[in-house]
Design a protein around this ligand. Structure first.
Ligand code: SF4
Ligand code: FES
Length: 360
């Protein structure tokens, strides 16, 4: 089938990261520094992405500030006319670094935070990052850049949701993503520690709605659904290979960050193939485009144009078959997998947080 053009490129410059978050959705197998693309290879990727029709690039990781060539890549992306966003933990965003990024033309920065209190935030991150993040937020605002923030919500921090919103508003955020944890990659290892109880989620959602009224236009709040508690899956990535592409640190081109864990597919690499060929013609990008690949019940379901059958990564990780209906869906024959997991939290069988920290 004919593919649409990608709007956004997620450029994962490195998997290296100073934080150890238990909810990390990066794949289980991380790429080592030695296999990262070189500066020249990334510059070529940016040019090819621009030719392909990409309008915005998100530099991320791991921690992209660990790459000393970040500013050079930002500059080139801006020269090409791309909108450039940096997604960072804030660790390493010194005065010198931010000045160089501003000079290179960065458009916006998204900063993560783990909780409202330093103690809880640092215990979730497995690293004393909270104060560094506060300073990073200040530097971003002092340079007049838009500050976008993100918090991953789970059992240990949902009760702080109002304080988190206040904190981000105080730090000067224009936008805050309240992202309920998604269980891919490393996060799936910690699902029993992270998954909240239903009443916790309901209280948090009510607090979010109160905050919408209280903060009005002062901060844009975005609630990302806790899909294990939904009846129908999310339209993950807006559909496989429809709107965006991700490039892993080693140059593999992926429809989304988590997809490298789908072992039934082989992903092409920009070291060997042109980006345009990969987007339009590669078997991996065409695997789940359109509707012909769908099994029942998705194939004849009236919602297939709304959710594209849900998330391929979740289907693979929970059932071993990336074509399967997302087990979040109440119509999926695999719904029991999600229901059992949620049920075990509801009945209090799941453990108290005893995280497997990333990178330890
Ligand atoms: Fe979506 Fe498939 Fe469920 Fe229908 S059966 S709602 S298309 S996941
Ligand atoms: Fe990969 Fe949903 S996270 S398709």
């Amino acid at each position: 089938m004919t593919a649409s053009l990608p709007y956004a490129l997620t450029a994962e410059l490195t998997h290296r990261c100073p934080l150890h978050c238990p909810y990390c959705s990066n794949p289980i197998e991380l790429q080592k520094r030695e296999s990262e693309l070189s500066t020249g290879e990334w510059l070529s990727v940016l040019e090819q992405a621009n030719d392909l029709g990409v309008a915005q690039v998100h530099f991320t990781g791991g921690e992209p500030l660990l790459r000393p060539d970040l500013e050079r890549l930002v500059r080139r992306a801006r020269e090409l006319g791309l909108y450039v966003n940096l997604i960072t933990s804030g660790v390493g965003l010194t005065d010198e670094r931010i000045n160089r990024l501003v000079e290179a033309g960065i458009d916006s920065i998204q900063l993560s935070v783990q909780a409202a209190s330093a103690e809880l935030a640092d215990s979730i991150a497995g690293f004393r990052a909270y104060e560094l993040k506060r300073q990073a937020a200040q530097r971003i605002r002092e340079r007049g850049l838009p500050l976008h923030m993100n918090v991953v919500l789970h059992r240990a921090n949902l009760h702080q949701i109002e304080e988190i919103i206040e904190l981000c508003a105080d730090w000067g955020a224009e936008r805050l993503e309240l992202a309920n944890a998604q269980y891919y990659g490393w996060a799936l290892r910690n699902v029993n520690e992270l998954l909240p109880r239903r009443e916790q989620l309901q209280a948090a959602e009510a607090a979010y709605k109160r905050a919408l009224e209280r903060f009005g236009r002062r901060i844009e709040l975005i609630w990302i659904l806790p899909d294990y508690y939904e009846d129908f899956p999310k339209p993950c990535m807006g559909g496989w290979g429809r709107l965006s592409l991700t490039i892993a640190p080693d140059g593999r081109v992926l429809p989304c960050t988590a997809s490298s864990d789908i072992r039934s597919l082989t992903f092409e690499n920009v070291k060997e193939r042109e980006l345009a060929w990969i987007w339009h013609d590669s078997p991996s990008f065409n695997a789940y485009r359109g509707y012909d690949w769908m099994p029942e019940p998705c194939r004849s379901c009236e919602r297939r144009e709304l959710d594209y059958g849900g998330c391929r990564c979740q289907a693979f990780q929970l059932t071993g078959d990336a074509r399967a209906t997302d087990p979040v869906c109440v119509r999926s024959p695999h719904r029991g997998i999600v229901a059992d997991r949620v049920g075990s939290v509801e009945q209090g069988k799941a453990g108290t947080p005893d995280y497997a920290y990333r990178g330890r």
